[in-house]
Design a protein around this ligand. Structure first.
Ligand code: ZN
Length: 403
């Protein structure tokens, strides 16, 4: 794979593609700014999706369309037999509607919520398309360019989940690259799975003094929380639990009739995630039973309802998989020190289905993602170096035609 990657990298057509990206650098930066300034809050990606759909149309792709989930996409036809590589970037940001998304520019730095995660990648994928076309580079695999919805938070990967499990491309995608955030040296090969719940503890409620002795859902909730905190987890594969939000109660002088917690369980390994998930459920059940056995249930018992609010499957792409070799060689070729990471990205979905998938970078530097002070640096040389590495990864994964 190292030789294949070097052969592509030194080919005149790949050099021509890089020259196009260089010549169009300002346009790419303009596209980043334009897309960043279209708000795309969770579950509110429509406006940005419409703009991106129009941009995909202008890039000469086939089958440009929006699917039922809201993802927008178009196909760059390969010369093979329809084998398909998806190259994606996510449309959504973590920022709620009403957030000021105007871009502030200081030198080569752009500041704005969502500018690096993941708006830059949307623009960079368009730059890749123009570069491939200008250089006349053909690939064996079809490349399906996708701007997907619902990557962040409670979006719960719904866009890519739909693409792989329900949309018309389900079962027909052979590999997946998500271009997500600037850093190209950190290749994500592991998908951290998570299960998130809201647990609602309910009871009869009553006067804190007059009805003293009745079951109290707060005590069941506290016992459950203590139990979750005591779940033993391995360091590798990294597995974690967190009771992160608590709410409820009626008044300081009332036995509450409802309290709630939110719980986040994570692991890199599906089996570990399943194990702590089962333990968590048993702990909640035991805590409820214990409260009902300890206090008076004459006016009703305590119950707990476990409501799923997030479910991201765990998975991974083996390091001897050809796309890992392609990304590693392409990134190293550009002088970066490669590291492999676990994270929770759109790649989780294909990874969990056994389809080779990675997160790669959009190039340049950046920081403070998920904060209002999010920034990227669009300095030309470092940006082009990173973009060139990721384009090389895509071409090695899609099988570039060299003659
Ligand atoms: Zn992202």
């Amino acid at each position: 794979m190292k030789d294949t990657v070097a052969a592509i990298a030194t080919h005149p057509r790949f050099r021509a593609a890089c020259d196009t990206m260089r010549a169009e650098h300002d346009r790419t930066v303009e596209d980043i700014i334009r897309l960043t300034e279209i708000p795309a809050p969770p579950f509110g990606e429509e406006a940005r999706a419409a703009a991106y759909l129009a941009m995909l149309q202008q890039h000469g792709l086939e089958e440009v369309e929006q699917d039922e989930a809201g993802n927008v996409m178009g196909r760059r036809r390969g010369f093979g037999n329809g084998e398909t590589l998806v190259v994606a970037a996510h449309l959504d940001t973590v920022f709620p509607a009403g957030t000021d998304v105007r871009v502030r520019r200081e030198g080569t730095k752009l500041f704005a919520p969502g500018v690096g995660d993941d708006t830059r990648s949307l623009a960079v994928n368009l730059a890749f398309l123009r570069a491939l076309d200008a250089a006349g580079i053909r690939t064996r695999a079809d490349i399906l360019f996708v701007g997907d919805v619902g990557e962040e938070g409670l979006g719960d990967l719904r866009g890519v989940r739909h693409l792989f499990t329900k949309g018309r491309h389900a079962g027909k995608i052979d590999a997946f690259l998500t271009v997500d955030s600037p850093e190209v040296d950190r290749i994500v090969t592991g998908g951290v799975g998570s299960k998130r719940y809201r647990v609602v503890f309910r009871g009869p409620g009553g006067h804190s003094f007059g009805a003293f002795g009745l079951v109290n859902p707060m005590y069941a909730m506290a016992e459950a929380t203590r139990g979750i905190g005591a779940i033993q987890v391995p360091r590798t594969p990294q597995t974690t639990h967190c009771v992160s939000i608590v709410s409820g109660g009626t008044s300081v002088n009332a036995i509450p009739n409802e309290v709630r917690i939110e719980v986040d369980l994570r692991s890199r390994a599906p089996a570990e995630l399943a194990r702590i998930d089962a333990e968590f459920r048993a702990i909640v059940e035991r805590a409820v039973a214990q409260e009902n056995a300890t206090r008076d249930t004459r006016d009703g018992t305590v119950s707990a309802e476990i409501i799923p609010i997030g479910d991201r499957p765990a998975g991974g792409t083996a390091h001897d998989n050809p796309i890992v070799a392609a990304a590693t060689a392409a990134v190293a070729y550009h002088g970066y020190t490669v590291s492999y990471e676990d994270s929770s990205t759109d790649a989780n979905i294909p990874m969990s289905l056994g389809i080779p998938a990675l997160r790669i970078g959009s190039g340049g530097r950046g920081g403070r993602a998920h904060s209002l002070e999010e920034w990227i640096d669009v300095e030309r040389e470092e940006s082009l170096r990173g973009m060139s590495a990721s384009l090389l990864t895509i071409l090695a994964a899609a099988g570039a035609e060299l003659d």
